[in-house]
Design a protein around this ligand. Sequence first.
Ligand SMILES: Nc1nc2c(ncn2[C@@H]2O[C@H](COP(=O)(O)OP(=O)(O)OP(=O)(O)O)[C@@H](O)[C@H]2O)c(=O)[nH]1
Length: 744
Amino acid sequence: QNAAALDSPARFVELLELPWLHWGLLALGLFCLVLLLHVIVLRRKVAERTQHVRTSEQKLSAILDNAGALVFIKDTDCRYQYVNRQAADLMGCAVADIVGKDDTAFFDDATVQAVQANDRRVFASRERIEVEETTVAKHGGEPRVYLAVKVPLFDSQGAVMGVCGYSTDITALRRADESLRLAATIFESQEGMLIAGPDRRILRVNGALLRLTGYADGELLGQNLSQLQSGRSDATFYAEVWNAVAQNGHWAGEMWLERKGGEVYPAWVHIAQVRSAAGEITHYVSTQMDISERKAAEDEIRTLAYYDALTGLPNRRLMSDRLQRSLANSQTGGLGGALLVVDLDNFKDLNDTLGHDTGDELLRQVAERLEQCGRRSDTVARLGGDEFAMLLEGLSTDRAQAARQAEAVARTVLEMLGKVFVLDGRVHHTSCSVGIALYVDAAGSVEELLKRGDLAMYEAKAQGRNTLCFFDLRTQEAVAKRTALEADMREALVQKQFVLHYQAQVEAGGKLVGAEVLVRWRHPVRGWIYPDDFIGIAEATGLIVPLGAWILRSACVELARWAGHPDTEPLTLAVNVSARQFRHIGFVEELLTVLRETGANPARLKLELTESLLLDDAEGAIERMTQVRAHGVRFSLDDFGTGYSSLSYLKRLPLDQLKIDQSFVRDILVNANDAAIARTIVSLAHSMDLRVIAEGVETEEQRALLADFGCHTWQGYLFGRPAAVQEMLAQFSLSSNHELLFKE
Ligand SMILES: Nc1nc2c(ncn2[C@@H]2O[C@H](COP(=O)(O)OP(=O)(O)OP(=O)(O)O)[C@@H](O)[C@H]2O)c(=O)[nH]1
């Protein structure tokens, strides 16, 4: 009905005019408007909310991405729902490629198993867990250790819908822990170890160090490191050690340390410097190991290898080593040496009769005696069996002199081993044979020297044993001759076998002005021996001092005799004084005593010195000459021109005369050089107001030429050979017992 009513406009108007309709339509319109408004507000709110959520999400993701840890969410199938950037970095994928996948896509099997087991623990327990997880990513890289906090996620019904994890990388921490644990284990190792501060005061020591040093716990703390040092090494050594530590950061080597009780022990020590990142020294770490046993073992080995067990002497090997070094040194250092090979005579007999043990005892005693025969620096060795060796170093480079020195030691050996031995309470006599090889014979080779020493020893055996032999026969002969001559000379002094001969010194007109005394030796077997053959040995052995004194005294006695007659009173006597004699400490005193005791006129005595003697010790010579000259005794310089005297030096000598050496006179007529030298010496003498005499004048022509040069005093065969005093004087119609024999 209403519908029908509405169909007609009139009806509609009618209806409009109805108040309920009117109000109804209005309400509807209003409702629609409100609805529209509501929708608009709602949409704005949604938009605002969406914006808000997005901002929050961005903030959250910014926070999570920079959380410094891995953050992730997994569903109950362990599939990733969310990962932060750090987790994505670890897995080596973009976030979008991770979501929806599980761990098998990113980690190795072990990691997957461990990680998922933890996840399942969370699902099952529905509780938060804290676990350490080690992960190895599939794409490679180092294993990393994480401290993972895993929390269950629940849905609105309270069912577990996943797990949220937060994993912090603690790899570095774990490594540091490990190092610390390792360091602590090492620190308590068997090696003594300590830590000191930069001031070298001890901060920590381990148990091994306490056991090693004998200190109680805490006793060393605060002490300086030097507390452990021993006085066996000096300050320089420790300074060098610390220098090395400063320069290289560490030092390692052997050091003598001291235990608490004062016992010193050898240790292998390592000292290292610890520096801070800024480069400052923060600590010193030192380890030490007692190497007493090792050293003892080394010593033992060395002893076995280089020493003879029976006698304790160096063995052949050590001897060869030393010989090698000694030979090299002698070549560079210019010193001589010798090897003595000493072999006991008939040692086998002792072994056979009294047994091997007694033989051993003799060998031990022989070793002891041999060590007393040479100098401390000489090496005595046992070469094997009953054969010993002595290495004599620092001998003269002069062959003859070295031979004499070696011979002296060899004689001592013969003498010492020739003395009685007491073996098991029984007296035993033995002897030995000694072979001597000089370094100069060795040609630089140790083997050669040993071989030659052996050969010489066999030669001594061949000569009947109990004797010595040189490798070189010439040396042997020379030494034997010298030794015999030396012994004879001592005897000759006692037996008065020395005789003085006089050779005239003459002036123009054949006038005798004096004589030179020349010593001769009337040997009971060898006949006349001339000075050239014995003065050298007399000088070397020191026999020149008593011999020279005897000559001087004899000459003075003769001078005193001459003083008794006007014809012989003006004559002078020239006496040669050798270098060693002149330098002898009591020379001046003795000369004055002789002059006093014999009553000889000092002014008639002329001492002839050689140029070389003056050169050796110029100042000493001048002083002594001046002393003697003050008592009236005069000096003549023998063999002038053969040395290297400088004129300025010559001027300082209180000389009276220069003697032209016979070597210039001999050829003065044929050798222009010699003539020139003779002439120069004469003019030099004149210019220095000295007398000049020429010796060795044999012909009238020589005399005449010398006279031409201005030399008017001569000596030589032309005026007479050296002869007994009576004979010499007789030639000039004089006599030493004041009788005029004949006059021209
Ligand atoms: N007691 C002892 N004897 C040893 C030792 N070594 C070697 N011998 C003996 O020493 C003796 C050496 O003898 P030789 O030097 O050859 O002969 P020798 O009897 O001394 O006679 P000559 O040397 O010719 O004078 C041998 O009998 C060796 O057995 C040792 O260590 N102790």
